[in-house]
Design a protein around this ligand. Sequence first.
Ligand code: DDQ
Ligand code: CA
Length: 260
Amino acid sequence: MQPSSFPRRLALLAALAAAAFAPLALAATPVQGYKVVRSYPHDPDAFTQGLFFHDGFLYEGTGLRGRSSVRKVELETGRVLQAVELPPEVFGEGITRWGDRIIALTWQEQTAFVLDLKTFKLWRKFSYPGEGWGLAHNERELVMSDGSAELRFLDPLSFKELRRVKVTADGRPLTQLNELEWVEGEILANVWQTDRIARIDPKTGRVTGWIDLTGLLAGPQRPHPDAVLNGIAYDAKAKRLFVTGKLWPRLYEIQLTAPR
Ligand code: DDQ
Ligand code: CA
């Protein structure tokens, strides 16, 4: 090995350090825009808290105490084909499907309802600590948000918590993760009270990109300050991405545009 002089070693060290820190310095998280492919009617009385697509239909969970429900919705018309009300004392939150069950969280009641996908009959309930916000699943687990920066992974049969991952954006914890959707190996999360969806790497919790939906339903068209963007559903077969919001009159199929 060639003994290198002290200044040369120093230069090498400096170069190594620069290389190591460069990704941090440059890594502003990319922001993507959107294009509306099509829009559909959406029940303006639905305080959307959960959304998924299955076998040609949308399934929606709604919130507000006394108005919480789980529904099956016809995409093209927004017509509610089937619905069950949750007990009036609970505030409905995220929903997802596991096999032929629908799992529905509640905000502060620490209770989840497990319904039959076809009949909407109550199969069982289970409880969990803390708040319930968003819910989604991959092939093995359920993933839920609770308003903090942590996502919990649950066993879909026992509903036991398996692990957690902390979500960070540019190195800082990202809280207020609301409705969730598992899309092609990533987790999409609405950030409550913003027009943004975070694209989250499920392994590391890192936000790899933002989807900026500003203008999708412009401020003046929103019926209420709480009528925020919430609700992401993915039709994996046709690769269609749907989004809506609480009390929004429309639901949108969107396509993402290149990062700017
Ligand atoms: N969470 O969905 C973020 C978890 C809770 C939202 C609670 C918002 C309550 C507002 C009530 C406004 C009535 C229109
Ligand atoms: Ca969803």
